[in-house]
Ligand binder design. Sequence first.
Ligand code: CAA
Length: 260
Amino acid sequence: MEFKNIVFEKNGRIAVISINRPKALNALNSETLKELDLVIDMVAEEDDIYAVVLTGAGEKAFVAGADITEMKDMKVSEGRKFGILGNRVFRKLETLEKPVIAAVNGFALGGGCELSMACDIRIASTKAKFGQPEVGLGITPGFGGTQRLPRIVGMSAAKKLIFTGNVIKAEEAFRIGLVDEVVEPEKVMEEAINLANTIAMQAPIAVKYCKAAINRGMQCDIETALMGESELFGECFATEDQKEGMTAFVEKREKSFKNK
Ligand code: CAA
């Protein structure tokens, strides 16, 4: 499939999705969000993709936010519709049954920070910058920032960032737990791909269940969450890969998972 604002590549079992509007610092307009929606569906359907890396094209930005030019003259109904579109697509990414790693190579502001937070893990360049500068534009974060940021960094750190619109460096983002690793700019993709490959070597159905157990469990009470874990733990025993993983261990040989 050909996209205007997205580049999709397959590298073995890893899919690499790049937001590709470098002249606008990869700002997300409706067209790009709709393409992202399609590419996520595509990745979901390809059984031989085990992990995904999401990044921004060019040297400067991951994604510098939702497209301000497109939003500038929006009416209430249009703003709501745009917010619903972004939230729907980001939620689809968050619930994709494959792990997604954000390789944050530069600015991750507003919708860009929000996009990185809809991914499972964030690897940042030392040059990356994070923030939710929306209040300086007269709006709230609209693609999940008011909800995912406090869930990741805690309520007061999230309020501090969102109320001030402050832009923080990668090291500070690491300190507050917004990113998981900070590496030199030329190593961001390499590190993200290495991580994706390490994950792709594990039993894919088990990884899928782990993502679901964590994501669902973090949004409900501990009793329900643990029941959910037991359910998925049990389901693992219906897979060929569980038999393979444990038999290979007992037979002291290399395992070979089949995503079955
Ligand atoms: N929307 C539209 N265009 C954008 C953009 C955005 N979010 N961010 C950057 N661009 C465009 C610029 O307008 C500029 O275009 P032209 O060359 O045609 O003038 C081009 O990208 C390069 O940007 P700059 O010249 O501004 O580059 P810089 O190095 O001087 O500054 C920056 C970089 C600090 C990231 C600056 O571009 C910036 O502040 N961008 C906006 C960041 C922002 O406020 N993001 C939040 C958007 S609101 C949002 O995301 C809402 C939501 O939650 C859904």
